[in-house]
Design a protein. Structure first.
Length: 308
């Protein structure tokens, strides 16, 4: 599977940056650099989870998983978010005692050079992963890429802070920077957990995507036809939807089937990797029977009332 090479790249980058950052900590004794190294340990664990998620998610649908296995990406994203929260807790626990008893920073030049080298590795890897995630709409790749990019930002902040603490002699800046890094990582972990929960709970597609689906369906309907009960969700990179088309009752079975096929093709053409299941039913008696029709579906209540 081509996607697996990106996970292997992430693993290689994590191993490299762990070595560089731990060496930087050994040289400087900076707790901020230690916090940065701890995050890279999480990067390695996350990369291993990414490898599993991409491998398992690539399996085709089977008798027990009719919709495929891509949803494992949401579990991977949630697990990575939990790892990030764990790392943030470790960073905070390491930094707080240093606020009480700050320590001098040593060999700043070599330590900074190693940290910047690690940052370069992470930056290149993150950009490659995010580019591939955009092409494949893989949540697992996007999650890992965003995590690595956040690591780049925190490392740059750590380096600037350590240099500032060394120049000014204000030793307490070192643990303060480590605390800031921990809080930033905490926010990243919480965001990843939130996104994974939305995916596992089958949250509907975004507003822009829904508008595209509405327009694609509406363009294929003739006078006297409408639709309701549009439901959407995401499974890995795929967008799944089902909708009821309301057509005149005298329409033949063949005509109804042809219309459903046309609507499915129109949505798939308008929104890549979309799969729509269409149910056809008579329009007579639907309006006023408590059903939501056309643009009333998945839109704000004010717009629903306006369309009636």
């Amino acid at each position: 599977m081509p996607q697996l090479r990106w996970a292997l790249l992430s693993i290689l980058a994590a191993v490299t940056t762990i070595g560089l950052k731990l060496l930087a900590y050994q040289l400087t004794g900076s707790v901020a650099m230690l916090s940065d190294a701890l995050e890279s340990l999480v990067n390695l664990a996350a990369a291993l989870v990414l490898l599993f998620a991409l491998w398992f998610g690539s399996m085709p649908p089977d008798d027990t998983h009719s919709y495929g296995h891509e949803k494992v990406e949401f579990f991977a994203s949630g697990f990575e978010g939990a790892l990030i929260l764990f790392a943030a807790g470790g960073i905070l626990a390491t930094a707080i005692p240093r606020l009480v008893a700050p320590a001098a920073i040593e060999q700043v030049g070599p330590g900074v050079a190693l940290s910047l080298a690690a940052t370069g590795v992470n930056f290149v890897t993150a950009r490659l992963l995010l580019h591939q995630a955009k092409l494949s709409r893989s949540l697992a790749l996007e999650t890992d890429g965003r995590h690595l990019l956040s690591d780049v930002y925190t490392t740059v902040g750590v380096v600037l802070g350590v240099v500032l603490a060394w120049i000014t002699g204000i030793q307490v800046l070192d643990p303060l920077i480590a605390l800031l890094v921990g809080l930033l990582i905490l926010r990243t972990g919480a965001d990843l957990l939130r996104r994974s929960v939305h995916g596992l709970m089958d949250r509907s597609l975004g507003e822009d995507e829904l508008k595209v689906i509405h327009a694609a369906i509406g363009a294929e309907l003739r006078d006297g036809m409408t639709f309701h009960q549009l439901r959407t969700r995401r499974v890995g990179p795929r967008r799944l939807a089902d909708v009821h088309l309301l057509v005149p009752g005298e329409l033949s079975v063949r005509e109804g089937h042809d219309l459903a096929t046309t609507v499915e093709a129109a949505v798939a053409a308008a929104l890549a990797d979309s799969e729509v299941t269409v149910h056809v039913e008579p329009v007579e008696g639907q309006r006023g029977a408590g059903h939501l029709l056309e643009s009333e579906v998945n839109l704000p209540e004010s717009e629903v009332n306006a369309s009636r």
